[in-house]
Design a protein around this ligand. Structure first.
Ligand code: ZN
Length: 137
């Protein structure tokens, strides 16, 4: 796998509305999309910084992955997402190298991207998402 760029950085927050205001007022960024991803029990907000996005994540359910994360670790950086080509191939090759995957096959994330997570146990503590935008091709 060779990531093309950092697609986004996912940041867990308790209050999406307040944190959107912070990014808009302090950094002068414009929130261009708010989207609920029911499957992952989150509401997301996106900002563009160069070619990399900031993805704010607020849990809609304390039992969801972001809800549990915030309870355990508090607000903060949750994951880093690498843009790749051919996500299926990347997943197969990564698994073959003995890396522990959370998702063996891609699923749909925010903005219609195909996404999959690599387990932080295999990545020195960082939850890494790989994603591919198949709509752009
Ligand atoms: Zn993400």
């Amino acid at each position: 796998m060779k990531p093309k760029h950092i697609e986004h950085i996912g940041i867990a927050v308790k209050n999406l509305e307040e944190s959107i205001k912070f990014y808009e007022n302090i950094f002068g960024l414009k929130c261009y999309a708010v989207e609920e991803v029911k499957e992952q029990k989150v509401k997301t907000a996106f900002f563009m910084v160069g070619q990399t996005k900031i993805e704010l994540l607020e849990s809609t359910d304390s039992e969801g992955p972001i809800g549990k994360f915030v309870e355990k670790k508090g607000e903060g950086i949750h994951h880093i997402a690498f843009a790749v080509d051919n996500i299926e191939k990347v997943l197969t090759e990564t698994a073959e190298k003995g890396v522990q995957l959370i998702d063996k096959t891609p699923r749909k994330g925010a903005e219609g991207l195909d996404i999959a997570f690599i387990h932080p146990k295999s990545t020195f503590g960082v939850l890494i998402e790989i994603c591919e935008d198949k709509n752009k091709k």
